[in-house]
Write a protein that binds this ligand. Sequence first.
Ligand code: UT7
Length: 322
Amino acid sequence: MKIIGTGSYVPDLSIKNDDLSKIMDTSDEWISSRTGIKKRRISNGENTSDLASKAALQALKNAQIDAKDIDLIIVATTSPDYFVPSTACVVEEKIGAVNAISFDISAACSGFLYAINIAKNFIISNQCNNALIIGAEVLSKLVDWKDRSTCVLFGDGAGAVVVEDSKESGILDITIGSEGEKWKALKCKSCFVENPYVTNEKENEENLKIHMSGKEIFKFAVNTITNGIRNILKDTTYNIEDIKYIVPHQANLRIIEFAAKKLKIDPEKFYINLDQYGNTSGASIPIALDEMNRKGVLKKGDKIILVAFGGGLTWGCSLIEW
Ligand code: UT7
């Protein structure tokens, strides 16, 4: 299976750190020095399926494939438009992919890699020949805008790839995992249990917004990037010098610098665009991939590693030959 097209879409509204310091007690100095983030895109009303559909149409165009010829759509998102239907079904209708099987998956910031793994298994088992894989988030509707320790980190956006069955190399290896015992480190409750027989559940509950233990995620992220890269190379003939780029989940520059130090590699090997978009969760890796593809930095045969970590806690890592 290989990637044959990429696309991305971010909302027009760009909010700089200085803009945030006008509405809450924060500063460009704090955000830049702790995270590397300079600005992020924020939805001015578009929902997740809107962003996902626009990224998808670009990926289809780049892959030169008609929406009607897509067999499978997987949307990785933690911020769906609805509980029912899936965002993927809404995207199917919006782009006219009338022959696709469509569903969402929930694996937070690792969702895109989970979706690649699922699509690979669909293709290997001959259930489909191609797939449209989208990471899309409107996190601005889920962050607590009164919690400066989380809301400054996230942004909205979507990225997409089209993959198809291929004898050529492509996805050389992929591995995913979860550590459910740490689920409380990053959570966002969906709704309260309220029915004619339960009335008081809300009393001791947090609000329906994102809550995060930043330090716990930081540690998990550094270990995940380091172990993920070491382990995926272990069973191959490649070593780190053969890898042209590492495309990490774009959460925090300091996480990436710590991981680079532990791996004893040049931080320049990591492709970074979090300064522009903040943390777009499941969308961050496909947005970066599309940016790299459009800039022409990826050449046929280049080996790249994608590595993600996030709520769940979940992780994923993939070795790709472009
Ligand atoms: O996709 C995965 C998503 N999650 C992550 O990537 C999170 C990973 N973790 C992190 O990136 C870091 O832990 C943060 C950037 C979230 C926080 O950095 P930190 O160095 O762990 O800061 P902290 O939480 O220890 O806070 C230090 C101080 C506190 O003040 P006091 O108690 O020392 O007086 C906070 O209240 O910074 C304060 N603070 C802020 N100050 C200005 C927290 N948020 C802000 C803010 N502006 N936005």
